[in-house]
Design a protein around this ligand. Structure first.
Ligand code: MG
Length: 281
């Protein structure tokens, strides 16, 4: 398989991600798929979507879970609303992740991923143990579907993430590395984090952003790829050093402006192809 094929986010439901015909036009061959809403998680929809992708020569490499009620408005809101950490929604969301895993299997996809939420950094905190336990439930279900689970980076430092992965004691938990999230959340230098997480990185996002004036208290700003503080060339060189060969999946949502989104993603595809040619020779 080609090293570092280009990817984008797409969806089965209307609204999020890049339309498949646009992806095709831009020469994109892989996607990360936003998991569809429950009404669309049927065998029929899975078969239709698979057939469409086969026609276009596009492959789904990861299905991303997401939940009603999540908001990325600011960092305290993320803490309160995102992932499997908030106690009020945890049981229902765990159940939904199991269903998303089953839907990914219908699509023939062997990786599901999610933003777990802000995992407590103190392993003696009862919340830490609770989140480890529900993550094991999801992991064991994924295992029964021959799948791995990838945790999106961002909310915690690389050290905290590694501690959490180790605590689960499972062999199908890996990392979807998003360098911009490390900057946006103020959770550490992304290149150093990437080196630390190393071969546990099994999928990546290509996204860029700038540090906030007070990192960790307020959001940094997302930017077009190559215009933020990630340093995309160093990012790719480091991916090469740690032996990462999977897709380079561009993540850029510009709600309600598909033309601008297409233009930015096109620019990102060109940037990645140029850097790939330089780095891989
Ligand atoms: Mg991401």
């Amino acid at each position: 398989m080609e090293k570092w094929p280009i990817g984008v986010f797409s969806s089965i439901d209307a609204g999020m991600g890049v339309q498949l015909d646009v992806a095709k036009e831009l020469g994109v061959t892989t996607i990360h798929l936003h998991a569809p809403t429950p009404e669309n998680r049927t065998p029929q929809r899975a078969n239709e979507f698979r057939a469409k992708l086969d026609d276009l020569g596009i492959r789904t490499t990861v299905v991303f879970g997401g939940f009603d009620g999540e908001s990325y408005a600011d960092i305290p809101t993320v803490t309160r609303t995102v992932g499997l950490v908030p106690p009020e929604t945890r049981a229902a969301r765990v159940q939904e992740m199991l269903e998303i895993s089953d839907f990914a299997r219908l699509l023939g996809v062997d990786v599901v991923a999610l933003h777990l939420g802000f995992v407590p950094h103190d392993a003696s905190d009862p919340l830490f143990t609770e989140v480890v336990e529900v993550t094991r439930r999801v992991l064991d279900h994924c295992k029964s579907n021959d799948q791995a689970l990838h945790l999106e980076t961002g909310q915690e430092s690389a050290a905290a993430l590694l501690q959490f992965i180790d605590a689960t004691g499972r062999d199908n938990l890996f990392v979807n590395f998003d360098p911009a999230n490390m900057i946006l959340y103020g959770s550490g230098d992304p290149i150093e984090a990437l080196k630390m997480i190393g071969d546990l990185v099994h999928s990546v996002h290509c996204k860029d952003g700038t540090w906030a004036a007070h990192p960790g208290e307020e959001w940094g700003s997302e930017t077009p790829l190559g215009e933020g503080d990630v340093n995309i060339e160093t990012y790719l060189r480091t991916l090469n050093e740690i032996g990462y060969t999977g897709p380079l999946t561009i993540e850029r949502e510009i709600p309600n402006d598909p033309e601008r989104q297409k233009a930015e993603i096109s620019h990102a595809v060109n940037l990645l192809n140029t850097l790939k040619a330089q780095i891989l020779g």
